[in-house]
Design a protein around this ligand. Structure first.
Ligand SMILES: [Zn+2]
Length: 253
């Protein structure tokens, strides 16, 4: 995200319809994957599988939970939960290249919390492939989800946050590629989420924001740029066809 995006994301928090012009219809064939049907029918998501990537919980990376609360101890951004419909990839473009990764995640958290009340992504991944739990989602120990397997709404795509998983690679990927380690963890995390929520990684989905009237047709695994005019996620956007294939291979294996 960048500053401009942050401003948009602030309104996202409340899932008001975005002010951007909708893109013209995607000329490719639309597949309404099993997920779309499952979400419409309110079908229960599958239980979480054991992670196949290194994961640090908020407590493990040192999230100061006081930042999510105001002076009276009230949550600044009370959580809302919806079934997962789609998975979106970002780079953080936060300017923290000189920081150690966990310190960098804490810095992003501080910046986001000052604006929304919490970090805007569901997951973050560093260059070593370490995954960090993002937005607080409850006390059941399942990152990004509540006990019923629904996704906590975060703030990463203006107007399209509910039911939309946001995964961010640390760094600015406009001048370089994602590291192989980050790519491996990204594919494994996406595969876990796709399996759990019945998302076909090669399909497109008709996303319907359950908290507004917003509707978009997007790749089931998208980049921020598929939703808005932004450089995010840099070179990773060009790599997304390969990432989707890797995820499909992991699901098939
Ligand atoms: Zn982004």
């Amino acid at each position: 995200m960048d500053r401009e995006t942050y401003r948009m994301e602030l309104s996202d928090r409340h899932d008001r319809p975005g002010t951007r012009r909708p893109r013209p219809p995607v000329p490719r064939r639309l597949f309404l994957g099993t997920l779309g049907a499952a979400a419409l029918l309110g079908a229960a998501a599958r239980p979480a599988a054991a992670a196949t990537y290194p994961l640090l919980s908020r407590a493990q990376w040192g999230a100061n939970e006081a930042l999510r609360h105001d002076a009276s101890g009230t949550e600044i951004w009370p959580p809302a939960y919806y079934p997962v419909q789609t998975l979106t990839v970002h780079h953080t473009a936060d300017g923290g290249d000189g920081l150690a990764p966990a310190a960098r995640v804490r810095a992003i958290y501080r910046t986001d919390a000052a604006e929304y009340g919490d970090i805007g992504y569901h997951y973050l991944i560093d260059d070593n492939g370490q995954v960090y739990e993002g937005r607080w989602s409850g006390t059941d120990g399942s990152p990004a989800h509540d006990g019923a397997g629904r996704l906590v709404t975060a703030a990463h795509i203006g107007g399209y946050n509910s039911g939309n998983v946001g995964i961010a690679l640390l760094g600015t990927l406009t001048g370089r590629s994602a590291t192989p380690a980050a790519r491996i963890s990204l594919a494994r995390l996406l595969a876990e989420l796709a399996r759990r929520h019945g998302v076909d990684p090669l399909a497109e989905v008709l996303y319907r924001n359950p908290a507004s009237t917003a509707v978009r047709t997007v790749p089931a695994i998208s980049g921020h740029r598929d939703w808005a005019s932004t450089a995010c996620p840099g070179t990773l956007h060009t790599d997304l066809p390969y990432v989707r294939r890797e995820v499909a291979d992991l699901l098939a294996g």
